[in-house]
Design a protein around this ligand. Structure first.
Ligand code: BES
Ligand code: ZN
Length: 880
């Protein structure tokens, strides 16, 4: 790496800028290799700044300065200075002034996909977090909010569509030339990261939305030509999102137009630029032949997420990037609620907790652990993490649980009223929650500043003579990097005491009385709750609905867990009991101590659920999925042998499948598709159950399961069925695996999103030779190092979806991924560093794997001119 070690940015060093920028006029002359940008900035001294007469230092990167004028007069070169990262004007008026800056840049050479770049022949931008500085010199930070006017000029034929933020003002041809222009005007002040521009020859789909107060909004979705017939689902999701934010939060849309553009090359999923959201096209395009049920669900929720940012993120933005969870955590919470309201709340909650456990818990439990609001970073792009997003959403949800629906809505209204048009902090948000509810949230705030997943241990005792039930809870958080000492958190725990009849008993809490909200609050390290008038020994159902993102150790007996799995009134905890049972069976198989009787009892309890007509198919499908290999590794905590984990989990699944072969066959018959494909919740649930049954059958009775999968693949009803069958088939290393993967590729090679799915399925193929397969696929003509979706499908598919292959004891998995990181870092550091996070759990592994991983990571660190992005992630993993 560089001889100068990258230095961190710190929250405590926040200072307002010495100048404010009130308005920006941008004029683009688009040209693929030499685009010219003329920026007119209206500046004035910032009254909130303590610095007087300060120099004006603007951010800028990878752009060429052509000229600078101050109040209309060209500045001589000794009046300003430029370096790799900034433009400095030493002496500026201490009164309002204008600065006009002319720069050029080369979009065709932009492989980082940050700033202005070209995707599929279309100019597009990505400015969050710090990409605007690659377009012009600016205060590229979120607390500088300005009104933007944008003029775009380009070749008419090649770039007929010209889009930017806000409302369209003007468009015309430029007489006597082959060029034309458009002017856009955004009336809402915004930070630079929300700027966007798109120019190209795109197809479009249009619709209208009338807001609650009667504003007519014209909606547009722009895609590569030929894909117009794959936008209907996305358009419905836009309208549903707009309606929902009005109804649930009283938030209306505020411009005349709302546009979405889908591009094939995009580092992230999607981006909430004001009035012009830009999407990775995999989260827009859908039809039954190319999209799975999961794609449909993702499209719906990501469109909602980006749309909801219009209020939580855009109208109210972040003071600095340390406050990222203010917009991201809150907006994830909002999109989760949207999905819960329009689909099944119970199923959504389980899905979200699965994501949290698969992504955030491992992060919190390793060298990359950081608080939801970090105190320092080296590269901000590394902090768009599961902790900021998913734990951030959990923190919002806990506040809702603590203060209740009504006060929560009041608090949100207060937040919008008080901070509209501002760049806010997490403290200001929590202050609104405290004020609207009258509750003291001082201790609660620790959730934002402290890293690590709390472990809550429960001890219980029942005294039949006194009819008293005692619950003693203890909370602990392990040390995390930079945080050795931990404070006790304020933890809301939804609770039920389940009687032998399966009914909840009244909760008569000693010293409080009968609780009307079945919620207890743990504030101390160790705390005892005593319940009176408990007629019989109950079974404890704690953290219902996953009311707090903690690891619960309640040490219930196998029999109590089976009872909860069958009878808990809280469906989340029924699922949770099943997960704990599944985990204990896998851990026993790993240790070679499995009990046939336990496995049979578990299978019987599952069979009862599968046979119950009143239980939702989606819930049945969730019950059939055992904890993942990485959850098992985390439960083992140290010295993990990933091959043994894989084998143990497969063995338990196979045994389960044999016990359940009757119910699985019934499911297979009952769920056969009849009508046309529909992505509604009931059909989606039915297919999820069908696929879960198929996947298990392939494990338990390979010939029968394989026959089912092959019949499905011979005439697939939809892409969902096709991918489901293929995914089930490739779990095992049989001759069908290669043949069917090849056939899938032949059938769908022309469709880029399906090639990605094919790469991902390949990456997940377990068994020896996994790394060689990855290496071979990087040389496949359909693989492209410069397309993030291809890289994620193959490499994130491998590190995240194939733990046994990635962690192969010979180090071959680590080697192929380290090679990729080095190669990617030279073209797109953001993508390289995301792949590098795949190593985050290697400290849990046994020594042969740990040292193989370290060897490869050190090889990465030894690279000259490593990016800050990769340096930060890899050095933290190596030293953590
Ligand atoms: N603001 C982000 C996109 C973003 C992330 C830009 C990182 C720059 C750097 C956007 O709102 C977002 O959160 N997108 C998510 C999807 C969402 C549904 C969680 C993404 O892209 O993964
Ligand atoms: Zn977001």
């Amino acid at each position: 790496m560089n001889t100068d070690t990258p230095q961190p940015v710190r929250l405590e060093d926040y200072r307002p800028t010495p100048y404010l920028i009130d308005a920006v006029d941008l004029d683009f002359r688009l040209d693929p290799s030499a685009t010219q940008v003329r920026a007119r900035l209206s500046l004035r001294p910032n009254p909130a700044s303590a610095e007087k007469d300060a120099a004006l230092v603007l951010d800028g990167e990878r752009i060429t300065l052509r000229s600078v004028s101050l109040d209309g007069a060209l500045l001589a070169s000794d009046h300003y200075g430029v370096d790799e990262q900034s433009l400095t004007v030493g002496k500026v008026p201490q009164a309002p002034f204008t600065l006009e800056i002319v720069t050029t840049c080369d979009p065709s050479a932009n492989t980082e996909l940050s700033g202005l770049y070209i995707s599929g022949g279309v100019f597009c931008t990505q400015c969050e977090a710090e990409g605007f500085r690659r377009i012009t010199y600016f205060y590229d930070r979120p607390d500088v909010m300005a009104r933007y006017t944008v003029r775009i000029e380009a070749e008419r034929e090649q770039f007929p569509i010209l889009l930017s933020n806000g409302n369209p003002r003007e468009r015309d041809v430029i007489g006597g030339t082959t060029r034309h222009f458009a002017v856009w005007d955004d009336p809402f002040p915004k930070p630079s990261y929300l700027f966007a521009l798109v120019a190209g020859d795109l197809g479009a789909v249009h619709d209208m939305f009338t807001t609650a107060s009667g504003r007519e909004v014209s909606l547009g979705i722009y895609v590569q030509k030929g894909n117009e017939d794959r936008c209907a689902w996305a358009m419905e999701a836009v309208k549903a999102s707009m309606r929902w934010d009005e109804q649930r939060f009283g938030r209306e849309y505020d411009l005349d137009v709302f546009n979405i553009v889908a591009v094939p090359d995009f580092n992230m999923g999607a981006m909430e630029n004001k009035g012009l959201n830009v999407f990775n096209d995999k989260y827009i395009l859908a039809n039954p032949e190319t999209a799975t049920d999961l794609d449909y669900v993702n499209i719906e929720s990501i469109i909602a997420h980006e749309y909801f940012h219009n209020w939580t993120g855009n109208r109210i933005t972040c003071r600095d990037w340390f406050q990222l969870c203010l917009k991201e955590g809150l907006t994830v919470f909002r999109d989760q609620e949207f999905t819960s309201d329009i689909r099944s709340r119970a199923v959504k909650r389980i899905a979200d907790v699965k994501t949290l456990r698969a992504r955030q818990f491992p992060e919190d439990n390793g060298p990359l652990a950081h608080p939801a609001r970090p105190a320092s970073y080296i590269e901000i792009n590394n902090f768009y993490t599961p902790t900021v997003y998913e734990k951030g959403a959990e923190i919002c949800r806990m506040m809702l649980t603590l203060i209740g629906e009504t006060a929560f809505r009041k608090a949100m209204d207060l937040y919008f009223a008080r901070h509209d048009g501002e760049a806010a902090t997490v403290e200001q948000f929590v202050q609104c929650m405290a004020e609207a509810s009258g509750r003291d949230l001082t201790q609660f705030f620790t959730w934002y500043s402290q890293a690590g997943t709390p472990v809550v241990t429960a001890e219980t005792a029942y005294d039949p003579a006194r009819r008293q039930y005692t619950l003693t809870l203890e909370q602990k958080v392990k040390a995390t990097p930079g945080q050795a000492e931990k404070l006790p958190l304020h933890i809301p725990l939804a609770i039920g005491l389940v009687g032998p009849d399966g009914e909840d008993m009244p909760l008569d809490l000693d010293g409080v009385g009968v609780l009307n909200a079945a919620l207890i609050e743990l504030n101390e390290q160790r705390q005892t709750f005593r319940f009176n008038n408990v007629p019989q020994r109950p079974v404890l159902s704690l953290n219902r609905g996953f009311s707090a993102p903690v690891k619960l150790e309640a040490s219930l007996t196998f029999a109590d867990e089976l009872f909860l799995m069958g009878h808990d009134g809280d469906s989340f905890n029924r699922w949770e009991a099943g997960q704990r049972l599944g985990r204990s069976l896998i851990l026993a198989a790993y240790a070679g101590t499995e009990s046939a009787a336990d496995a049979e009892a578990y299978a019987q309890a599952l069979a009862r659920i599968l046979n119950a007509p009143s239980v939702d198919d989606a819930f049945k499908a969730l019950m059939l999925a055992l904890p993942t290999e990485s959850e098992i590794a985390a439960a083992l905590a140290a010295d993990v042998d990933t091959d043994k984990v894989h084998a143990a989990r497969d063995a338990v699944r196979a045994r389960l499948a044999r016990h359940l072969s009757g119910p699985l066959a019934e499911i297979w018959q009952r769920t056969a598709e009849t009508g046309p494909y529909r992505p509604d919740p009931a059909s989606t649930a039915r297919r999820a159950l069908r696929q879960a049954a198929l996947a298990l059958m392939v494990m338990g009775d390979a010939p029968r399961g394989t026959a089912w999968a092959l019949s499905e693949l011979a005439s697939p009803h939809s892409m969902s069925a096709e991918i489901g069958a293929l995914a089930a088939l490739v779990q095992a290393d049989g001759p069908e695996r290669e043949r069917e993967l090849d056939r899938f590729h032949q059938r769908h090679a022309h469709e880029h999103l399906l090639v990605d799915k094919w790469l991902m399925l390949n990456a997940q193929c377990a068994g020896p030779g996994a790394a060689r397969r990855i290496e071979r696929l990087t040389r496949h003509p359909d693989f492209k190092w410069t397309t993030p979706n291809k890289v994620y499908a193959l490499f994130a598919g491998f590190t995240g979806g194939n733990p046994a292959g990635f962690n192969a004891a010979d180090g071959s998995g680590y080697r192929v991924v380290a090679d990729a990181i080095i190669r990617l870092d030279a073209m797109n550091p953001q993508v390289a560093s995301r792949i590098a996070t795949g190593f985050r759990s290697c400290k849990l592994l046994n020594s042969i794997r740990k040292s193989a991983a370290e060897r490869e990571l050190n090889r990465v660190l030894a690279e000259p001119s490593l990016s800050r992005d990769v340096y930060e992630i890899v050095s933290k993993i190596v030293n953590g």
